[in-house]
Write a new protein. Sequence first.
Length: 231
Amino acid sequence: MHKLTHFRLCPFSRSIRIALAEIGLDVELVEERPWEWRQSLLALNPAGDLPVLSLHGGPTLCGAYVISEFIAEEVRNHPADGLSVPLFPGNREERAEVRRMVDWFHRKLDREVTRELLIEKVYPRTGARPPQPPDAEILRAIRANIRYHLSYIAYLADERKWLAGDVMSFADLAGAAHLSCVDYLGEVPWDAFPAARLWYQRMKSRPSMRAILAERIPGTVPPLHYANPDF
């Protein structure tokens, strides 16, 4: 069976888990604590990054970008296999816009919001860092940044059917993956951005997100609305 090495609150891992669920590809989940830099992970991916998809009888794919592109190629090349959800739909220009939005979430939003939140709120509770309260100044910066990102998502949601165009794409999956992590930590001011909220409600309602929304991290409890698509 295919195996996906992941961490439950890793947005990159979540984006691939959602993508795999969208195309109906079953995988065995192997959880990894990436901050431990275990030799078993480094043997799979010398960079020590997640996720890693080990295909049964096939290659080992490292990182969300590589995995998503590989899956997209498989969907295009083998339509008879029933893998019908395009991750990068449309013509060349439309696919370029999908990739731009994926990069926005997996690089910019991660750098300015998701990664720092995990460092401040999750890692100290897992032994990855010495136990300490979150840095108030860093949290203020993160909260300002998330509002900027939500305003952009709201703008896109008003202008388009989906974030990158008329068809749902990996851009939506990447965005939902990051926001689900941030929302788990109670740091998304949804009420101030109703258009972004409506888009995320559509994503939360998809069966592909049920598994990740049902998971919990020891020592960290999400807000009551977290798993409710009608929040």
